[in-house]
Design a protein around this ligand. Structure first.
Ligand code: FES
Ligand code: FE2
Length: 324
């Protein structure tokens, strides 16, 4: 499939197709038991529903019968989603289980169902253009549901004209940090390990944050495929970010940025305000990249120099997730 991304250069596009992996679809509380939600991701129309027992499912949205959108007027009945048009009912695996006016259910009466996991307060679905089963998991964060930490995430959501590859490459692109963000990023240690790309810095020294404070800083980033990142920050206070990068289509991506902080840090009269500023700095830092991402082209063969980050190692790792 060829997609017009608004430029004429062949070099402007990242690899064709969508990367295999887990993608954040919804926050868990956006899909209460018995509810139905329409979604648009990866260039397709999807429907999410949660049965009365709490089990979530994500299916292709259009009914195999006469094509109604299951998310527009569809209803949850027990463990099934009933189409609004003629009442065919589908279970979480996408199989039609009931046609109210027929004696036999036709062979092949099913819609595509995507594997779904509920982790850390969010619903993630697995996408693979070959429709193969998941080959890795979304890890559970020990901070989520831990009484020492806040009970819920603080969410910031953006839709940006970019793609997960450019977003993640930004993290290891150190020299952009000073011109775009105004601070020198620590380089840290990298590891590309199967579906996991891990990097972190525990420099034991201070770095300057956006508001000119300097403080001890250590962080680690774990990225699972191109869709899910977890960032742990430990310093004067502790913060966890869960970031979902979910393509809406080839041209734009929904970035779901979630922040969880330690409850005692929030309550502390000195640490609390610094924490607030740090979180606001991080949100602002993220936003500072958008004008670059929305107007850059993807250089398949970039001209790199010795001070650049491990761009090619990152791209070799990322290539495993794209269709051959
Ligand atoms: S279109 Fe869904 S039941 Fe007919
Ligand atoms: Fe950046």
């Amino acid at each position: 499939m060829s997609v017009d991304r608004g430029t004429s250069s062949l070099e402007s596009r990242p690899p064709e197709g969508f990367a295999r992996g887990w993608y954040l679809a919804l926050y868990a509380d956006e899909l209460p038991p018995g509810s139905v939600r329409s979604l648009e991701y990866l260039g397709r129309k999807l429907v999410a529903f949660r049965d009365v027992a709490g089990r979530p499912a994500i299916l292709d949205a259009h009914c195999p019968h006469l094509g109604a959108h299951l998310g527009v007027g569809g209803r949850v009945e027990g463990g099934q989603l009933r189409c609004p048009f003629h009442g065919w009912a589908f279970s979480a695996d996408g199989t039609c289980r009931d046609i109210p006016y027929a004696k036999r259910i036709p062979a092949g009466a099913r819609v595509r169902s995507y594997p779904v996991v509920e982790r850390n307060g969010a619903l993630f679905f697995w996408f693979d253009s070959a429709e193969d089963a998941p080959t890795f998991d979304v890890p559970t964060l020990s901070e989520w549901g831990n009484p020492d930490w806040e009970a819920d995430w603080h969410h910031v959501v953006w839709t940006v004209r970019t793609n997960p590859l450019d977003i993640l490459e930004n993290g290891i692109d150190f020299p952009h940090s000073m011109p775009v963000h105004g601070f020198d990023a620590p380089r840290g240690v990298f590891e590309f390990d199967g579906p996991l790309y891990r990097w972190g810095a525990d420099t034991g020294k201070t770095i300057e944050l956006l508001d000119d404070r300097r403080e001890r800083f250590s962080f680690r980033v774990e990225t699972w495929g191109l869709g899910v990142s977890h960032v742990h920050y430990d310093g004067l206070f502790s913060v966890v970010f869960q970031i979902g990068q979910t393509p809406i289509d080839a041209a734009s991506t929904r970035i779901a940025f979630s922040i969880l902080t330690r409850a005692s840090d929030r309550r502390d009269p000195e640490i609390g305000p610094a924490l607030e500023r740090y979180v606001a700095d991080n949100v602002r830092t993220f936003e500072q990249d958008f004008p670059i991402w929305e107007n850059k082209v993807y250089r398949e063969r970039p001209l790199l120099c010795d001070g650049d980050g491990p761009i090619q190692a990152f791209r070799r790792w990322a290539a495993q997730f794209y269709p051959a």
